[in-house]
Design a protein around this ligand. Structure first.
Ligand SMILES: Cc1cc2nc3c(=O)[nH]c(=O)nc-3n(C[C@H](O)[C@H](O)[C@H](O)COP(=O)(O)OP(=O)(O)OC[C@H]3O[C@@H](n4cnc5c(N)ncnc54)[C@H](O)[C@@H]3O)c2cc1C
Length: 491
């Protein structure tokens, strides 16, 4: 049995602990935030401030990849989530809106989104993990660094801690799992024990998040059967996320350097913008829903992949990272928790395979993470680089999708954007094969590169693109100038 200390008791920490404990390891979670477990998800929503994981106050969608892992590996947790008010939204329910005569295929049942608030998810997961009796959870305990021995590469032998009363201490471990999120101090802790600071891939997402939660009034429900509803206006993105127990949330995302949009970070600006966006307006009418939270903002969002294996060698032994501390990407794609679940089981499997060889375990984990998670982060980096250019073009008053140049030649970058937007995305409502294929990638059931390399789909995407003049604009709503004028009048 390996003595494991997990740093951080949020989603990645909890699922790592669960997977490791289920495979026979002795696991202790150390969580910085003091967080008693309230009786209900609504109590948790009201009580938890979660300074260590501020995104709990933002919209979350839980993708089919993670929902299926829960269904297959932890069916008791799935039931617990449903009992707590979470809802499963199937592909079938969404497809029937656009394709009433559709025939469904084997595998469509896998394409199911778990709709619930992030707080509800963490509340149910934590309750589930604690009730296994297999994991010790110490909240109010901050990890401040590593214990190590004098070997090379450095071997982590435990963690230094600061307890609820400020008392310094330490906890020994055979393996330390760093799951303390995107703002981890892992690099500093490694440097302090003489290890190299890990290499990173890093790219700004080009947006900040501004979110508000609502509850439907009695007798009211979702105006649309679509699971997550999104629209990209170029200068602002809007997402509507169904939640548990009759709740939903709206997120507006804009570029950090677009001064005219910054008022959406506060309630009056957020409300004015949401009312002006056709996809959101019907959800927040006073006769439909009422707000249950203030507007929360979150900035400094990046795509990051951290490498703890360099040139085939771990930077330190007895140490791995999981969840956002290892890799995170633009939150708008909703992949963070699915990545954490994939990594947690990859870790448990690697340790079960190499219980007495920390080096082999680390290499096995890295290979598995690179294969299963790497493509998602890289694809997101490429997408965010382009989204930045699109946003800048719109602010210059240009059309970033106009691919026919005045001299008759084609701008290949704008053409690709146009094909994705007017061929693939618009086509998902006209062709069930496109809807299924794009949703399977969005839900991480197929790799990002699979979509555009399938010849059968390419034909359908191009046919859809050729029809672009026959349909109304993909996204309808105010232009940036109109929105800027509206927001300028908001105090
Ligand atoms: C705005 C936003 C929206 C998102 N939307 C989605 C979505 O729709 N779908 C999705 O799947 N994912 C989404 N994500 C990502 C998702 O929230 C994370 O992937 C998920 O929370 C797992 O993160 P984590 O457990 O690695 O880190 P976190 O949830 O950030 O938790 C880290 C934990 O470590 C603790 N901690 C920090 N330092 C220490 C320390 N020194 N000692 C002890 N404990 C410490 C913190 O208190 C915290 O509890 C979103 C992220 C953001 C920022």
């Amino acid at each position: 049995m390996t003595r494991v200390v997990v740093v951080g008791g949020s989603i990645a920490g909890l699922v790592s602990a669960l997977a490791l404990a289920r495979s026979g390891q002795q696991v202790t979670i150390l969580e910085k935030d003091p967080m008693p477990l309230p009786a209900t998800p609504d109590d948790a929503f009201d009580a938890w401030t979660r300074r260590g994981s501020p995104q709990v106050r933002h919209s979350h969608a839980f993708l089919a990849r993670m929902r299926n892992l829960i269904r297959d590996r932890e069916p008791g947790l799935r039931q617990r989530l449903l009992d707590a008010g979470a809802e499963e939204i199937t592909f079938k329910a969404q497809a029937l809106r656009y394709f009433p005569d559709a025939e469904f295929e084997q595998g469509d049942e896998d394409l199911t989104l778990l709709a619930c608030r992030r707080v509800t998810f963490e509340w149910a997961l934590r309750q589930h993990v604690l009730e296994t009796g297999l994991v010790e959870y110490r909240d109010g305990n901050e990890v401040t660094g590593f214990l190590s021995d004098a070997s090379w590469p450095p071997k982590v032998t435990g963690v230094c801690t600061r307890g609820p009363d400020g008392d310094e201490g330490s906890v020994p471990a055979d393996l330390v799992v760093v799951a303390n999120g995107r703002r981890t101090h892992l690099d500093d802790w490694l440097q302090a024990i003489g290890a190299p600071r890990p290499r990173q891939l890093r790219q700004p997402c080009g947006i900040y998040y501004s979110s508000r939660f609502y509850r439907f009034l009695p007798g009211q429900g979702r105006p649309s059967p679509d699971a997550v509803i999104g629209a990209d206006y170029g200068y602002v993105k809007c997402g509507i996320f169904p939640g548990d127990n009759g709740t939903f949330s709206i997120t507006l995302a804009a570029a950090p350097d677009d001064e005219k949009m910054r008022v959406i970070l506060k309630t009056p600006g957020f409300d004015a913008a949401a009312k002006a966006l056709p996809i959101a307006a019907d959800w927040i009418r006073p006769d439909v829903a009422t707000p249950i939270s203030d507007v929360a903002g979150m900035a400094d969002l990046n795509d990051v992949r951290r490498f703890l294996v360099e040139d085939g060698e771990p930077v330190a032994l007895g140490l791995v990272a999981i969840g956002d501390a290892l890799a995170h990407a633009n939150p708008i794609t909703g992949r963070g928790c699915s990545l954490a679940w994939i990594e947690a089981y990859a870790l448990a499997d690697a340790l079960a395979k190499h219980p007495d060889d920390l080096r082999a375990m680390a290499l096995e984990l890295e290979a598995s993470v690179e294969q299963q998670c790497g493509p998602w982060v890289r694809a997101q980096i490429a997408q965010d680089e382009d989204a930045l250019l699109v946003n800048q073009a719109i602010r210059r008053g240009e059309d970033p999708y106009a691919f026919e140049r005045p001299d008759g030649t084609t701008d290949p970058v704008a053409y690709t954007r146009s094909v994705v937007r007017e061929g693939l995305l618009a086509g998902t409502r006209e062709d069930i094969h496109l809807m299924r294929a794009s949703m399977r990638v969005a839900h991480m059931l197929e790799a990002p590169q699979d979509l555009m390399t399938r010849p059968d789909l390419a034909v359908r995407v191009l046919a859809s693109h050729a029809r672009r003049g026959e349909r109304p604009p993909a996204v309808e709503g105010p232009t940036r100038a109109e929105m800027a004028e509206l927001l300028a009048g908001v105090s």
